[in-house]
Design a protein around this ligand. Structure first.
Ligand SMILES: [Zn+2]
Length: 358
């Protein structure tokens, strides 16, 4: 099987020129002007841009969450990615408490193997770091080819690891030649604010945002950078959203530390004003939440300054019907009654208190 792409405007990291590309099997075997070759398929790309395939290093396909799954499977997610020119995605395996990394990986492989349309790889999230997990880091790196270990400094009681575990993991990952990545927000502060807002009956999507203020991300990004510096472990902060967190990384560069930073498209183009409506704002509920206009400016500046190296998606879609589960949970907390016991259903719920304070 061979393909000849003729007369495309080829864009690479270094060049921009018009030429032909000849592909045999899955390998580009020649690039040049007017290539004298015969191909099974010829594509006329005159007037079109030809890019290398994109890599999205942050997606969650068929991810188990709150009794449901993110709505893109490995098949539909990679198919959608290909339509946008993204030929590789990196998904996150999530270890459950008490589970081995090997079993967690097998769980994800059972959904991904044989179903993906594009190329894929995995990061693995370490949520239960103990002596058994520690022994598996080497196996993941050397036998499974997984070199990036995701951590959560938030989601207390579920995914979060404490600093003791973080330091231990960093030391082991450094030893095995890997990298630690992080969801950097202060889980204890968020846990406190969430409980406080809940007790006050403040349950609209705006309070999702107000429970995760910028300082929670700035503090955790600094703490993570400090621990990475202390251990010498390569560190990568996923989905950075705000000026304060970027400043923490800027501070780390003053001691010649390199911290890799990823942001996501939504943080560059959307802002928190979208939460200032009733449950409709749930469409933009994500963690960390959208921030302010000034944070968008900081992130764009960070890209230009080389402080932000990666733009990803954190693609983790939920259908509106799945988002409505959040409204049911809100109802339960407001009344203290299970939705099912009061005959409540999604289509009849109305009139949530509009949150007006910030
Ligand atoms: Zn994510």
């Amino acid at each position: 099987m061979s393909i000849l792409i003729k007369n495309g405007r080829i864009i690479t990291a270094a060049d921009d020129y018009v030429a032909d590309i000849f592909i045999e099997g899955e390998t580009i075997s020649a690039i040049g002007k007017n290539l004298p070759v015969q191909a099974d398929t010829v594509i006329d790309a005159t007037g079109k841009l030809v890019f290398p395939g994109g890599i999205d290093p942050h997606v969650h396909l068929a991810m188990p969450f709150m009794g449901t799954f993110s709505s893109d499977t490995h098949e539909t997610g990679t198919r959608a990615a290909l339509f946008g020119g993204t030929t590789t995605v990196i998904d996150f395996v999530l270890q459950k408490q008490g589970q081995s990394l090997k079993d967690a990986l097998a769980d994800w492989n059972s959904r991904a193997r044989g179903t993906t349309v594009g190329d894929y790889s995995f990061h693995i999230a370490v949520t239960d770091f103990n002596e058994d997990t520690k022994a598996e880091i080497k196996v993941m790196v050397e036998e499974e080819g997984i070199t990036s270990f995701k951590t959560f400094m938030a989601y207390k009681g579920a995914l979060m690891i404490d600093d003791r575990q973080m330091i231990g993991l960093m030391q082991e990952v450094k030893k095995q030649g890997g990298m630690v990545t992080v969801h950097a927000t202060n889980g204890d502060v968020i846990d406190y604010l969430t409980a406080k807002h809940r007790s006050e009956g403040k349950l609209t999507p705006l309070y999702h945002y107000l429970s995760q203020p910028e300082v929670t991300e700035a503090e955790a990004s600094g703490r993570f950078s400090d621990m990475a510096d202390y251990t010498g472990c390569p560190g990568y902060i996923v989905h950075m959203t705000c000026e304060g967190a970027l400043n923490a990384v800027r501070h780390a560069t003053r001691r010649n530390q390199k911290v890799f930073v990823e942001t996501c498209i939504q943080y560059l183009v959307l802002d928190a004003s979208l939460y200032e409506q009733n449950f409709e704002g749930a469409k933009w509920v994500m963690s960390p939440p959208l921030r302010e206009k000034k944070d968008q400016q900081s992130l764009w500046a960070g890209i230009n300054q080389g402080l932000v190296q990666v733009v990803a998606t954190d693609h983790c879609p939920f259908m509106w019907e799945q988002k409505l589960m959040g409204r049911m949970i809100s109802r339960k907390f407001r009344t203290g009654i299970q939705p099912s016991k009061i005959g409540w259903n999604c289509s009849t719920a109305r009139g949530f208190t509009k949150a007006t304070s910030r």
